[in-house]
Design a protein around this ligand. Structure first.
Ligand code: CS2
Length: 440
């Protein structure tokens, strides 16, 4: 580590002017509450929100973000007065964009987040809590309900709760989870809270040890909360808010009446493709998505998944160039500078596959087709579950125990398929077994 001073409001003048925040952090007030202070939030919603404020001159959409699982990130960001940098990397080793962002104005940890919702100036809550954050009884849902109770009691008025996770109809899924846990607050929530859906996109790996070094060399300060990502980003938001919001459209977000076609396209092509690459890559010992997709066999499998299995299931938005979208996706997967960990994408497969690939498998089987590549992705996950040195999944113990009973491809499919597709038809078992036998 270098001995350069820590990034903060007091050292911002050392940062080259072109890399300083687009807004004045000292004059920015909090209007957005966020749950899930991970790398994705910092590289996505913070960037959009800051650009929106810069474009409109509004100063009231600063963010208070809460860490859900570890205090470390919240502490690191707080020690830097909320400042952190985002480096976007394309093909080469040097960042194509490097900027310090100032929109994140406060941090909280865990249940502390609830108290903040009593503030009437906060009119939007965003969430990046991953698929498992939406399970009944999760912390995210409990803290959100506690926060809404404080808000109702304080008479702080209507609020929009905007899911930014990779789940189809994420707004509806979130509304259902919140309402199921709301008890007597149900009526107030139904009248005062909007839950629009949104599709978010930016590939953001876990930070690497060398990221802070690279930032320090370029910015002249030490940043312990730097985030590395790709240049591409996208946000499509259902335009249904209960109260004021940042002008995210000024930062390139698309506000539409219905996000469903965008969601399906992104979840099945990008996330489904990602999962296939991650599991096949891990079985071949590849550490990163780019390394995996540099293999001809894996690249061909992803293309076939997208073209043959997924594309026929998609309602493509009018005027949308699907061929160009898929072409760009292959380039994004292959970005060698991103170093997106296969292990990261492989996490939580029991929650990801049911929204990314199982519907593709089932819809194509029902149409009389043979979705061989969707089946291959699922087979690769099953193989990975049975041989992974460590499995990062909320169902890890159950999956491992079930996999341990299997002695051949068919018995492994029969043991694991019920976890992700309890109502799969017998043809699904046959097709996955066939793919698994080839990987065995
Ligand atoms: C990835 C996503 O980890 C994963 O499961 O597929 O995080 C993906 O990188 C993002 O959704 C891209 O927008």
């Amino acid at each position: 580590m270098t001995d350069r001073p820590l990034l903060g409001l007091g050292t911002l003048d050392r940062v080259p002017a072109a890399s300083r925040p687009l807004i004045d952090p000292a004059k920015t007030e909090v209007g957005v509450l966020h749950l899930g202070l991970g790398v994705f939030h910092r590289a996505h919603q913070v960037v959009y929100t800051e650009e929106a404020m810069a474009a409109t001159g509004e100063t009231r959409w600063g963010i208070c973000a809460a860490g859900m699982r570890s205090r470390a990130t919240a502490d690191a960001v707080a020690a830097q007065d909320g400042l952190f940098s985002v480096l976007a990397r394309d093909g080469g080793p040097a960042p194509v964009e490097l900027r310090v962002y100032g929109a994140l104005r406060e941090t909280r940890f865990g249940a502390e987040v609830a108290e903040r919702l009593a503030d009437p100036r906060i009119t939007v809550v965003t969430l990046t809590v991953t698929e498992k954050g939406y399970l009944p009884g999760s912390d995210a849902i409990a803290w959100l309900v506690a926060g809404l109770a404080r808000r109702a009691a304080a008479g702080a008025g209507p609020v929009t709760v905007l899911s930014c996770d990779n789940i189809p109809h994420n707004g509806r899924v979130l509304a259902d989870a919140v309402l199921a846990a709301a008890g007597h607050l149900r009526g107030w929530i139904e009248e005062n809270v909007a839950f629009p859906s949104s599709m978010v996109d930016r590939m953001v790996p876990y930070a690497r040890p060398e990221d802070p070094e690279q930032v320090a060399a370029a910015l002249g300060v030490t940043d312990r909360a730097a985030v590395a990502t790709e240049p591409f980003r996208q946000w499509v938001i259902e335009d249904r808010f209960a109260a004021g919001r940042p002008a995210w459209e000024k930062a390139g977000a698309l506000l539409v009446p219905d996000v469903a076609p965008y969601e399906l396209m992104k979840l099945r092509l990008l996330n489904g493709g990602h999962s296939l690459i991650a599991y096949l890559g891990l079985l071949h010992g590849c550490e990163t998505i780019a390394e995996a997709v540099s293999r001809d066999d894996i690249a061909a499998a992803v293309r076939a998944l997208m073209d043959e299995d997924v594309t026929p299931t998609l309602p493509v938005p009018e005027g949308f160039d699907l061929a160009a979208y898929k072409h760009t996706l292959m380039r994004r997967f292959a970005n060698p500078a991103l170093r997106h960990q296969t292990l990261k994408v492989a996490e939580d497969g029991s929650l990801k596959l049911p929204v990314r690939l199982v519907p593709v498998l089932q819809e194509r089987l029902a149409a009389g087709a043979t979705p061989a590549h969707a089946a291959l992705a699922i087979a690769a996950w099953m193989r990975w579950v049975s041989i992974a040195p460590r499995l990062d999944d909320p169902l890890a113990d159950k999956l491992r125990a079930a996999a341990a009973t299997a002695t051949d491809p068919r018995s492994l499919v029969e043991a694991l398929l019920p976890f992700i597709a309890p109502d799969a038809p017998p043809e699904a078992t046959d097709l996955i077994t066939d793919r698994l036998a080839a990987l065995w």
